[in-house]
Design a protein around this ligand. Sequence first.
Ligand code: OOG
Ligand code: NI
Length: 476
Amino acid sequence: MAQAQHINPDEIRTLFSTAMSEMYCKEVPQYGTLIELVRDVNKETLDADPALRERMSAAGELERLDVERHGAIRLGTPAELNAIGRMFAVMGMYPVGYYDLSVAGIPVHSTAFRPLEPTSLERNPFRVFCSLLRLDLIEDPELSTKAADILSQRQIVTDQAMVMTKKAESEGGLSREDADTFVSESMQTFRWHQQATVDADTYARLHDAHRLIADVVSFRGPHINHLTPRTLDIDAVQRGMPKRGITPKAVIEGPPRRSADILLRQTSFKALEESILFLGYEGAGKPGTHTARFGEIEQRGIALTSTGRELYDRLLSQTRTSVQIGPQGEGAAEYMAELDKQFTAFPDSYAELRNAKLAFFRYRAVPSRLSQEKAVSIDELTTSGALVADPQTYEDFLPVSAAGIFQSNLGSDSQSNASAAGNQTAFEEALGKQVLDEMELYANTQAKSLKHALEILGQCHLWNDEQLSSPGSPIH
Ligand code: OOG
Ligand code: NI
């Protein structure tokens, strides 16, 4: 049972994301520059588009714009995933979705820990893309055993953070004081360690097997590898980066620029080369370098129903088949042009997206606009303005885009179409629970908001079975 002196998990998440942001700004100064650029671009975009400002404000999206961030970590063992999952639950973040990155030749599978309820998302949508290394995909069995052995010797969550996690689990929450302890202890897990836990030779072998393996296995903890602010105009940020001394990756991942934004567009700047110290150099540590940490920005659009998502996946895959991007970003302009061309097949207004049941909305009632007592259809209510359909922001990630972000920060912009098979069961066993289905979450939010709005408007007769069984609507 949560007690009166417990603070809301949303507040703990805010303490956590603020602390992470401050830490990352110190660790990776370019991140601070990126935040400034994003803030400038967001302000210019809102100033130039009063309708956008109004729509975001009415939907409660404006206040959260500046706090919007996601981060990413990479874990080494099932036990680590389990412990991290418990820590995130203290902050009201739960695993949503399974992302199999092995289909792009990256030896991890992932989920995103995020808030679930619209009110929690409004307060602070901070989420963490969390990957688990798949040692079963390392070809050399001896190296795989060695990596497992090294990983088994580290403890990524401090004793005190675990004490607080257990306390939150058994007592149903944390007091403000305990939450402060929990947050400062958890920074130990996500901070950067310059001192590697392996010698230079082992690092080189891990690195040769896959750069990502060296990143996960060679350090004391899963350092946060990027934090991502949300922009309203990603193309402007991409153009603005070089002027502030930042080199962006070659292409923006995800859908093209559109008037009704869908899903998620992302771009990043290349990982920094940081100095590290290897084990065993006469006690002093042998200097070396490691590249893992980077900056990323995102622009979020509307969540798609499964029908919409199928169309998105098809158009993206057609684009990627016809234009391949090279390791130095060759073909980037052709790729973006092809993407634009392919996506002309995707309806580009909220009204069309709603009519074709391609996207998810959240409804609200405006009783003053009700023109008659008994409306004959939902469309009539939306036309009169008594019922407003706000786009639901996509809160999740895209596997193909994530693979592109990984790839560019592992040193190449080239597109990878390699493949292995996913293993969601093994992932969930490690996690100790099943990942939630994002489609169900969006569908529930849509249905609940519609039902509530119809109640307010006294139009419950429109809440019929047809609504329940239509694509993108929930079963319960
Ligand atoms: C995660 C890359 C994926 C995103 O936003 O899709 C990601 C990583 O590099 O660990 O963060
Ligand atoms: Ni990211």
